[in-house]
Design a protein around this ligand. Sequence first.
Ligand code: CU
Length: 582
Amino acid sequence: MNMTELSRRMLLRSAIVGGAGMGLAPLFPAWAQSGTPGLAAKGSNPLSGEHIALDIARTPFEVDGRTGHAVTMNGTLPGPLLRLREGQRVHFAVTNHLDEDSSIHWHGLLVPFAMDGVPGVSFPGIRPGETFDYEFTVRQNGTYWYHSHSGLQELQGHYGPIVIDPADADPVAYDREHVMVLSDWSFLHPHSIIARLKQESGFFNRHKSTLFGPDAAAQRMSGGMLREFAAMRMDPTDISDVSQAALTLLVNGHSPQENWTGLFAPGERVRLRVINSAAMTFFNLRIPGLRLEVVAVDGQNVRPVTVDELQMAPAETYDLIVTPTDERAYTVMAESVDRSTYARATLAPRMGMEGEVPGLRRRPLLTMTDMGMGGMESGGTHDMAGMDRAAMSSGGAMEHGMRDKSSVDFPVGVGVDMIAPMPVDRTGYPGLGLEDVGHRVLNYRDLMALTPNPNTRAPSRMIEVHLTGNMERFMWSMDGEKFSDGVEPIRFARDERVRVKLINDTMMAHPIHLHGHFFEIVNGHGPRQPKKHTIIVQPGGTASFDLTADEPGDWAFHCHLLLHMHAGMMRVVTVRPLEGGA
Ligand SMILES: [Cu+2]
């Protein structure tokens, strides 16, 4: 290296350090920087190998010219990309530089339960100033992520992506890949968000008062529907608890204005590893002008299915192949489910190009099916006119049904404001507001495992778990009891096959996540039922999964909306005996 080159490098480095030091640009890992040519490129700088050090610390984070306080890993939001290989041994030395306990949970990874990273369930947590050594063998491949399981740190930026390369040939062919971490960021401290939600559940719903106002949800509803919602003091626009008043939606740490851009060359098959790391946001994801070929879900390969849009819950990951052929920019549009805001990114042949950003679509309205009345119609589809007739003729019978708590065998107190009277299986539902968007939207019944599942024994028993809550008081629970009530764990015998039916007695969708396992969504595809670690249970509906309880230990089982878990929609699943017969 000659002197000129050396000094040029030093100059470059000092420019980079200086820029960051002056707060001109947020610090991003290279893969998350705008204009990245993708993961295969030099300089994308993932962390790999057998020994990886991660430092959790409080770091300033700047978005749209404003600086907040984030909890980061190795100084970045999102945290560094961990690129591992199936079959390798890995050792993470995780040091907590916060003044509160912290942790890392490896989301979707099959690990010994003591390495799973859930304080109070699998280990005590990492005290301030301490280092915890995680060590395990990587037994799988695909797209995953990691995040804090302590307090509300996930809402403060404590998350990052994991990509695991297969030991054998990848069945998915692609020329280039990008990781896209979707998330939500708030300048408010999470505790003040909770405080406001408890004061009034619709605090962040700016359209709360518009049932009869200018955007007039009322004008789009029939008289009977309107009376039902009014009688039950429910708001058909009350879809997300925390909307854009409090959140900035991010792609790889970039706001819509900052427009994270990933590069491609026309004609390439581009693999997008999309991870919903948001604490509280469901995204409706589409790329106008490109079809989305879904090739993996929650890290598990599926038979390719091509759609125009899909809804992603917090905790889910989708691997998508897109094949842009034109020399133009494409907008990645990720609307929040309540359509109050969006995350946005760009795929382009070179930097500086922008696609058109479509406007936010009309706010969707909840229906009687979302209130657990799906069983009143054939197929559980939406038939507003039919529902309306029923509502008018029954004269409040529905309200009576929803308040009837005698049909369940768990304690029903103030924390449960409704029991779905006639819930139906809604795994065929694409998600609120996506029933009639005029193009193909994915639903869970479209998903089939790429290779048949090895274990297809019929379940030996079925258990039911009700997802319960009181929306007005922001109380959330399972079977009417919140986790902090000291509830009994759900017990499975080791290697038992069991069907778990989740019944959503609330008017919000809940993404339910089981640690340490993959289960198969019961969607009619027999041995090709898709394997997942997270399942959306639609409002007022049910969803079932089959589980082979083959991972001994204690595992968290919870809603992945962070504030719902925090409020108590969580259980421990215990699989026994442990190794050695304990
Ligand atoms: Cu939830």
